[in-house]
Design a protein around this ligand. Structure first.
Ligand code: R2B
Ligand code: URA
Length: 310
């Protein structure tokens, strides 16, 4: 199935560059990527982004700035003399974007709507820049189900709060469904890069994606709670039995939109808490900071390997 996707002419040109499933874009005089503070006429997008291979996204601007510095060190990328890393999208005041050679590091904010808007614009950016066979990663955080804090989870697929494995979006008054599929081979390749002696587990499993952090994830510590501890535990057990190992808020849109665009993608998140044990994220900041580097290290390993074998 993945093989077919590679050569699907609806979503890729023969040379692997991203083809848009929207005939309107090429007819427009210019395309303004409003939330990135970029435009197809105001910027030379081929010159700026034509060499991109990996697009890494995560929630916060700070973490994605750190990732940009980290990946720069890992791949041995040198910035032109006298220059520093800059936030390409700083004047959008919405998302942050850093470019380190073939790697883009972009913040996506919280939740499906935020990552969805970004994906529309980044997929169009790939098209305008004529990028071939880009690979997208989400490196983030999540709640674990029956996993010790600090566990790294690679998603095999994304499901919503009803355990449905598609993204549903109202378009012109009708619900449009898009399967939330991720590349299984890519997930396995990433897992193979986990070190045997890492002091934490790296696993593959199903990810539940919700529209809310509190009630939507069965937390009892929000401003509202209209269910009992028993109801909550029953639901978490049901998820666990269905193979769900973690809960976060972007994977459904991330998987659905990259799949629809014919772009290979993976979601790698670290658990901040075991939801069987509680709702509040209690780990000290230093511990959380150390945990959040784990998905970054794994993806950095993948990118480094890829660049070495080229
Ligand atoms: C993980 O962490 C955020 C909520 O705290 C959300 O963006 C997510 O998916
Ligand atoms: N992010 C989430 O969405 N849920 C958690 O429990 C932790 C981080």
């Amino acid at each position: 199935e993945e093989e077919m996707q590679e050569y699907d002419h609806a979503v890729r040109y023969r040379d692997g560059s991203v083809r848009l499933r929207n005939p309107n874009i090429e007819l427009m005089d210019q395309d303004i990527l409003y939330h990135l503070a970029l435009g197809s006429e105001s910027h030379d997008l081929v010159e700026m982004f034509g060499d991109v291979k990996f697009v890494c996204m995560g929630g916060t601007p700070k973490r994605m700035e750190q990732f940009a510095h980290f990946i720069m060190k890992e791949i041995g990328h040198k910035l032109p003399a006298g220059t520093t890393l800059l936030d390409i999208s700083q004047y959008s005041y919405r998302y942050s974007m850093y470019k380190v050679g073939p790697v883009l590091s972009i913040s996506h904010g919280m939740g499906i709507p935020s990552v969805g808007i970004l994906l529309h614009e980044v997929i169009k950016l790939m098209y305008h820049a004529k990028v071939r066979d880009p690979v997208f990663f989400r490196i983030g955080t999540c709640g674990g189900i029956g996993l010790e804090g600090g566990t790294v989870v690679i998603s095999e697929e994304a499901v919503d709060g009803m355990l449905k494995s598609y993204l549903e979006l109202p378009v012109l008054g009708k619900l449009v469904r898009r399967p939330a599929k991720l590349d299984r081979q890519l997930a396995r390749d990433i897992k193979a890069l986990a070190h045997r002696d890492d002091p934490y587990d790296t696993i593959i499993g199903k990810t539940m994606c919700t529209y809310d952090f509190y009630e939507g994830q069965g937390r009892m510590d929000g401003a509202f709670c209209e269910f009992t501890e028993n109801d909550k535990m029953e639901y978490l057990n049901k998820l666990h039995k269905a193979g769900v190992v973690n809960i976060e808020m972007e994977s459904l849109s991330f998987a659905a939109l990259t799949h629809h665009a014919g772009i290979k993608s993976a979601v790698v998140c670290v658990t901040l808490i075991d939801r069987f044990k509680g709702d509040q994220v209690l780990a000290p900041k230093e511990v959380l900071d150390e945990w959040q580097i784990r998905p970054q290290q794994l993806i950095a390993r993948y990118i480094t390997r890829y660049l070495q074998r080229k």
